[in-house]
Design a binder for this molecule. Structure first.
Ligand SMILES: O=C(O)C1=C[C@@H](OP(=O)(O)O)[C@@H](O)[C@H](O)C1
Ligand SMILES: C=C(OP(=O)(O)O)C(=O)O
Length: 441
């Protein structure tokens, strides 16, 4: 455990540049490893989760090398040519690494065992076991479809048409990655759109992938078709900054009086940008400067000003586009005027921790007024007054986003917040504390 007390702070001022997007970093290493030849990546997130992906791809035959900060070179083996790993693949804390790599292994003639830390070992893998079994892969897992888990890939695997039962980009991506080495056309139907980095990058690497929008019973649905036995061509990839990391600074600058912060290099893919729209609807001033396209993704610099926020009812349809931002969004709600209501957030219970109960407990300790419902939180804000709690230690539960969200809460509190363990922050945002110190007065 590495505890730290996050003190009440003056304004957040100056500028920062957020590190590379975690989702895109994972995918650039995985697809690079499946393309024959040299893929060059800049701006790669060097967080522990991405390093777990890099180590796994090395164990399956790819050359994955770091040349400089964020500059990586991947020499791939080609679709269909992954090697049998000689030892269990240690996924650490990373759900994305585990679920996407289970998809890759599922259609190769290899067997791989996945292990992870205490948090990852509690997370449900049945949601990927189910479609990948239909494609022909075989699984042995701990009870309830949990890690440790062994996948025996099918060769050839069978193409399926799969309608996602949960709004999960990881499940969608696992099926699409399995489809790469599966003869014929695999179809994934998405009733609710989730982040589309896999689709964008698969196309960029030359896969035959098409996306059709159709009218579903409850609105537009996306039908994604991928032709298998794909040949991927190596790419040069610039990874845009991670909006999920920027979120902590966006909320910090909005709630701490006197703040004006420039956050450079923020990815604004619409399947990820839900938080910004909701905070604007609450009265937050977030200006976009220098809009551009980086690595096939929309990016801008964000200038964020301290703003009085008003409570809001968050449309549950927005959840997938801000799914990882809810912990810090709850902090914004705790400082807003009036009531904020969230619902439809069952998925938050199966992240690195149960993020609904972890944030309800942590914010209550910090002095916020929070009611935990089955699928969301209701929060009565302080109308800008600092949180009046005891400062007593809040439990992170091996969850980086709880640690960072409560660090921001501490800065907007009377007595600060003691975070029981800051180590998990390194999974997604190793320079978080350094950047925070640089911009707080
Ligand atoms: O595909 C991805 O890169 C991710 C998808 C999301 O998970 P789910 O698919 O479980 O919603 C998200 O929470 C995670 O941080 C990254
Ligand atoms: C849920 C997250 O990641 P993963 O599922 O990859 O562990 C996250 O980063 O908030």
């Amino acid at each position: 455990m590495r505890p730290r007390h996050f003190r009440p702070a003056g304004a957040m001022r100056g500028e920062i540049r957020v590190p590379g997007d975690k989702s895109i970093s994972h995918r650039s290493i995985m697809l690079g490893a499946l393309a024959v030849g040299e893929t060059r990546v800049t701006g790669l997130l060097e967080g522990e989760d991405v390093l777990s992906t890099a180590a796994a791809m090395r164990a399956m035959g790819a050359r994955v090398e770091r040349e400089d900060i964020g500059e990586w070179v991947v020499n791939g083996v080609g679709v269909g040519a992954l090697l049998q790993p000689q030892a269990p693949l240690d996924m650490g804390n990373s759900g994305t690494s585990t679920r996407l790599l289970m998809g890759l292994v599922a259609s190769h003639a290899i067997e791989a065992t996945f292990v992870g830390d205490a948090s990852l070992s509690k997370r449900p893998m049945g949601r990927v076991i189910e479609p990948l079994s239909r494609m022909g892969a075989a699984f042995d897992s701990a009870e309830g479809g949990r890690l440790p888990l062994t996948v025996r890939g099918a060769s050839p695997a069978v193409p399926i048409e799969y309608r996602l039962p949960v709004a999960s980009a990881q499940v969608k991506s696992a099926v699409l990655l399995a489809a790469l080495n599966t003869p014929g056309i695999t179809t994934v139907v998405e009733p609710v759109p989730t982040r589309d980095h896999s689709e964008r990058m698969l196309r960029g690497f030359g896969a035959e992938l098409e996306v059709e929008e159709i009218d579903g019973a409850n609105g537009p649905e996306r039908v994604i078709r991928l032709r298998g036995e794909a040949e991927l061509r190596p790419q040069v990839i610039e990874v845009p900054g991670d909006p999920s990391s920027a979120a902590f600074f966006i909320v910090g600058a909005l709630i701490i009086p006197g703040s004006e912060l420039l956050i450079r290099n923020v990815g604004l893919n619409p399947t990820r940008a839900g938080l910004i729209g909701v905070l604007r609807d609450m009265g937050g001033r977030i200006d976009e400067e220098n809009p551009r396209v980086v690595g096939g993704e929309p990016v801008a610099d964000l200038r964020v000003f301290h703003s009085p926020l008003k409570g809001i009812e968050v449309d549950p349809a927005l959840a997938p586009s801000m799914i990882d931002e809810f912990p810090v969004f709850f902090v914004a709600a705790a400082l807003a005027e009036g009531r904020t209501v969230t619902s439809g957030l069952d998925e938050l219970r199966v992240k690195e921790s149960d993020r609904l109960s972890a944030m309800a407990a942590a914010l209550t300790l910090a002095g916020a007024s929070v009611t935990e419902n089955e699928d969301g939180l209701v929060i009565h804000g302080t109308r800008g007054d600092p949180l009046p709690g005891t400062g007593g230690p809040i439990a992170t539960h091996l969850d980086h986003r709880i640690a960072m969200a409560m660090a921001i809460a501490g800065m907007a509190s009377v007595k600060g917040v003691e975070v029981d363990d800051t180590r998990p922050i390194a999974t997604s945002f190793p320079v978080f504390e350094e950047l925070l110190e640089g911009v707080t007065q």
